[in-house]
Design a protein around this ligand. Structure first.
Ligand SMILES: [Zn+2]
Length: 301
């Protein structure tokens, strides 16, 4: 069996799947935020309890924000900043007594959806996470393209394309720059925009609900969000021209996005038109954890 772990900022989720992709077990625990050794122990505990319950031994793949730097062997670029500078893969391998594979959560999303999700059968898949953070990942022929520097698909820390005057220089980002795509398309960014317009604090989910109930400020926020997402995807399509773009993360639950954004993208790409499907992840919130499990091929499980 394959065990996949999704190491998120608020929760750690584990899944065990069989060769056919069937879910054998699923567990989640809160992330001990800010405590690296507690995070290691929580992951190891999930693996051990899954193997005990299923009476088997599995491969272990991890979906995590950031990446292992090929220069240092240490985590970089994670918005769970406690992971940065840590040898997460080696520490977990030592704890679990086996090699583990770690990939960016957006790469795992792209892989999961390319294997048996919304992009099944597509050759070039760009996966987008729209959540607490914003990331992108690339799968070609059902294999993650991590890239020479392990930053393949890292799209959230490019600047927002075609910025309006009131979008410059843009909010400060944890990465040290300002105006990154993430600072406009994350859940907290949408909540910030709504607070500015309305004076009220709502979560991204609540803003989507309010828009459905004719809240003008919420509708304005979502309209601008859709346009910003379209601009951001247009630059990907101009460079990569993927077969499918898959949207995952909490904000992909806003159903209007997949209807509105393709039409808006067409106005930004350098083409006489586009027919690129922009679709929601079939596996929803489980795309990262399923992709993590698929990091090990069938023959190794
Ligand atoms: Zn940034």
């Amino acid at each position: 069996m394959r065990i996949g772990i999704d190491l998120g900022g608020t929760k750690i989720e584990a899944i065990a799947i069989g060769d056919d992709g069937a879910t054998l077990l699923r567990r989640r625990v809160p992330t001990p935020s800010g405590n690296y050794s507690a995070i290691l122990e929580a992951i190891a505990g999930l693996v051990r309890s899954a193997e005990q319950e299923l009476a088997g031994h599995g491969t272990v793949g991890i979906a995590s924000p950031g990446a292992i730097s090929p220069r240092t062997g240490l985590v970089k670029n994670s918005n769970s900043t406690v992971l940065n500078g840590r040898p997460l893969d080696r520490d977990l391998a030592a704890k679990l007594g086996r090699p583990v594979r770690i990939e960016n959560d957006a790469n795992c999303l792209a892989l999961s959806e390319a294997v048996d999700g919304a992009a099944a059968g597509a050759d070039v898949v760009f996966g987008v996470i729209l959540g607490t953070g914003v990331g992108g990942g690339l799968a070609v022929n059902r294999t993650i393209v991590g890239g020479r520097n392990r930053i393949g698909g890292e799209w959230g820390h490019n600047p927002l394309p075609w910025p309006r005057d009131d979008e410059r220089p843009g909010p400060a980002c944890f990465c040290g720059k300002a105006g990154c795509i993430e600072t406009f398309l994350s859940g907290p960014a949408l909540a910030r925009d709504y607070l500015t317009r309305s004076g009220s604090k709502l979560t991204a989910e609540e803003i989507a609900l309010a828009a459905d109930c004719d809240d003008v400020a919420a509708q304005g926020c979502l309209k601008l969000y859709e346009d910003r997402l379209a601009r951001s995807l247009a630059t990907i399509i101009n460079v990569l021209d993927p077969d499918v773009v898959v949207l995952g993360g909490g904000l992909s639950n806003i159903t209007e996005l997949c209807a509105a954004v393709p039409k808006l993208v067409a106005g930004y790409v350098f083409s006489d038109g586009i027919d690129t499907p922009i679709v929601r992840a079939v596996h929803g919130d489980s795309s990262g954890v399923r992709g993590a499990a698929w990091l090990w091929p069938v023959s190794s499980a």
